[in-house]
Design a binder for this molecule. Structure first.
Ligand SMILES: Cc1ncc(COP(=O)(O)O)c(C=O)c1O
Length: 381
């Protein structure tokens, strides 16, 4: 065996893979990993088939098909009253994960500091570390998971290169409001900090709360890369198609790495999505569809001893389990999967110090029957 000096010695199997595997092993209902448990629109499948049969099966342009870049620019223009230029400011990616990794790779250098809010989606930190960057962690305030901007400003130094925001936020379901955007704008004024805004759940907000993209504020837009994912907006997480919106100078940096990471993204699916999203109801309707699921899941869980922490977006619902057990959340999730056959995600894994508020994350983007079955099992606790 050759002795390899690992570039990422801390890398382990992701908790999502672990919990999904455990769910399978124990024949448990898998409300852990965030993927829809119902079929996608057959029309979208028909369109992919159609483009494959028409022979659109070879490489797409490196930056994405013009049809899809234009459709993405149109979609965003409707949401934020600003149009990213499809040729110079929109890039199609192989999902949100690749977009995030590529953006961090393109912009973070050895010794740069990157502000990361915890609980944090698990792909950010490995990408920062691989570039020799240093994550600077700021905790969102439990239990509302709000950002204390005074705390953030204390962590900004001359070495801060990037700040990563996730809105709507996985795992908490928190969304940023006008006050957050104002505080962020003020904090960044006069700095050279780039923002990486993970907005993959942009089309999933609840109770009439708008999604406030960072692109809606001109002073933020000029320093921000926005990451989107059709996996979330079209319920097709397995297709791995996303995009990055950024001003031309940032897009240039992004594309200079994108071309060496994936070069180009699946051609027939790009054509199909470009045509499919011409009807805006197909993505704007996702919020109300999932709000119904959230409300149904929360009502099913009412007779249990779990206590819901309000979710304002994404397809996740956090639940406090302190009335059931004083096990740590990792042990609790394993016990729940093995003994009660419902798989969840312990929220402590989203913290570098494994901060444990005794809260677990459920994904409610599942068939009603699956949610009902899970709630029946959880009522027995
Ligand atoms: C916050 C967040 N960012 C990015 C991603 C990755 O998106 P994709 O599946 O398109 O790679 C996910 C997926 O779960 C996510 O929850």
């Amino acid at each position: 065996m050759i002795n390899i000096n690992s570039k990422l010695p801390t890398s382990k199997e992701s908790i999502f893979a672990t919990m999904s595997r455990m769910a399978k092993e124990h024949n448990a209902i898998n409300l852990s990993q965030g993927f829809p448990g119902y079929d996608i629109d057959p029309e979208l499948i028909r369109l992919v088939n159609q483009y494959m049969q028409k022979g659109f099966n070879q490489y797409a342009p490196m930056i994405g098909l013009p049809e899809l870049r234009t459709a993405v620019a149109d979609m965003h223009e409707k949401a934020v009253a600003f149009r990213y230029h499809p040729d110079t400011e929109v890039t199609i990616t192989a999902g949100g994960t690749q977009a995030l990794y590529t953006a961090i790779t393109a912009l973070v250098c050895e010794g740069d500091e990157v502000i990361v809010f915890e609980p944090a989606y698990d792909s950010y930190v490995p990408a920062i570390l691989t570039q020799g960057g240093k994550p600077i962690f700021v905790s969102m305030e439990f239990p509302k998971y709000q950002i204390n901007w005074d705390e953030v400003s204390k962590r900004v130094t001359g070495k801060t290169k990037m700040m990563i925001l996730n809105n709507p936020h996985n795992p908490t379901g928190a969304v940023l409001n006008e006050t957050d955007l104002k505080a962020l704008t003020k904090l960044l004024k006069g700095t050279n900090i780039v923002v990486l805004s993970d907005e993959v759940y942009q089309h999933i907000t609840f109770d009439g709360k708008p999604h406030l993209s960072l692109a809606s504020v001109p002073e933020l837009r000029e320093r921000t890369l926005i990451v989107g994912s059709f996996g979330k907006s079209l319920h097709a997480t397995g297709w791995k198609i996303g995009y990055v919106l950024a001003p031309e100078y940032l897009s240039k940096h992004f594309r200079s790495f994108h071309q060496w990471v994936v070069f180009a993204v699946n051609t027939p699916i790009q054509y199909a999505i470009a045509e499919y999203i011409q009807n805006e109801q197909r993505y704007l309707g996702v919020s109300s569809f999932l709000q119904k699921k959230r409300d149904y899941f929360v009502s099913l869980m009412e007779p249990t001893k779990f206590k819901a922490i309000p979710s304002h977006g994404t397809y996740f619902q956090l639940m406090d389990y302190t009335a059931i057990s004083n096990l740590g959340d990792v042990e609790f999730s394993q016990w729940l999967t093995k003994e009660h056959r419902v798989a969840t995600i312990p929220v402590s894994v989203f913290y570098h110090e494994k901060t444990d508020h005794k809260v677990v994350r459920f994904c409610f983007a599942k068939d009603d029957a699956e949610l009902e079955k899970a709630a029946e099992l959880l009522k027995l606790l």
